[in-house]
Design a protein around this ligand. Structure first.
Ligand SMILES: Nc1ncnc2c1ncn2[C@@H]1O[C@H](COP(=O)(O)OP(=O)(O)OP(=O)(O)O)[C@@H](O)[C@H]1O
Length: 260
């Protein structure tokens, strides 16, 4: 499937010979990567390999030291603040720690996904346009939580909170979803459910997903394609169907063996 989709249209993201460092230490070195439309990419690699840094380069939270990043046709490092804001509204970001407002209901948290496109600050569910409220409930339904829409988020389980965060992202109508270890704080059952939802959204809505993961098994079960970083270098890029857990594990086992 990866090869099939790669030839359709422009890549959603293109990294060309990207380098990035902090305080004189190289964190990403000569990374080139195309993300085609409708593909679910699992980004794996040992802790400190540069996965979060790569995701942050894609939405302009970091600027590369060398090379270029093109995200949905824009260069986030050079576009104006207004264009960067508009670009980020087209890119959904799902975090490990959910980023929800605990005292607000699931529905209001989802509605907050629309704030980038609304002019005035909003207070309370009824201050949002009716059409948005309907869409927000539809997205909650999609992640299996419509019946919890009036529940405070800090009373939901971790897995339910992450599903609310996914529904909030969907309200942005994203063309790309970046997920930074979205299941790292969840138990196995909740992890499988969240990844399954992300995969379904990618396939049904044609949205590309780049999702950093630590669990090799989840990467193989969920993704179309697996990209592995080690020591800031891209060391593997293959369709998930061609990979085994053993081969992926080698990337972790040999980490720190002086490959950089
Ligand atoms: N803003 C920053 N300032 C300084 N160093 C940073 C910054 N962001 C990341 N780093 C460093 O860059 C390296 C790569 O970090 P990054 O978070 O990208 O790795 P990762 O692969 O996502 O790791 P993990 O799986 O543990 O989250 C680490 O050594 C980290 O300390």
């Amino acid at each position: 499937m990866a090869e099939e989709t790669a030839v359709i249209g422009h890549p959603v993201v293109r990294l060309s010979e990207v380098g990035k460092g902090f305080d004189g230490t190289t964190v990403l070195d000569d990374i080139s990567l195309d993300v085609p439309q409708r593909q679910f990419i699992a980004l794996v690699g040992p802790s400190g390999a540069g996965k979060s840094t790569l995701l942050r380069l894609v939405n302009g939270m970091h600027v590369p030291d060398s090379g270029t990043v093109a995200t949905l046709g824009e260069n986030p490092a050079t576009c104006s603040r207004g264009r960067l804001r508009a670009l980020r509204a087209r890119v959904g970001f799902v975090f490990q720690q959910f980023g929800l407002v605990g005292r607000l209901s699931a529905l209001e948290n989802v509605l907050m996904g629309s704030l980038a496109t609304l002019r005035l600050p909003r207070y309370g569910v009824m201050s949002y346009p009716r059409a948005l409220r309907i869409r927000a409930v539809e997205h909650l339904d999609r992640v299996g939580l419509a019946d919890r829409r009036f529940q405070r988020c800090d009373t939901l389980s971790g897995g339910q909170q992450q599903r609310v965060a996914v529904a909030r992202t969907l309200l942005q109508s994203p063309e790309l979803i970046l997920a930074d270890e979205p299941v790292a704080s969840l138990d196995p059952a909740a992890s499988v459910l969240v990844l399954d939802i992300l995969r379904r959204i990618s396939a049904e809505d044609g949205i590309s997903v780049v999702c950093s993961l630590h669990q090799i098994e989840y990467a193989l079960a969920t993704a179309d394609r697996v990209v592995a970083l080690r020591g800031g270098r891209l060391v593997l890029d293959e369709p998930a169907a061609d990979l085994t857990a053993g081969r992926l594990r080698e990337i972790y086992d040999t980490a720190g063996d002086g490959d950089d």
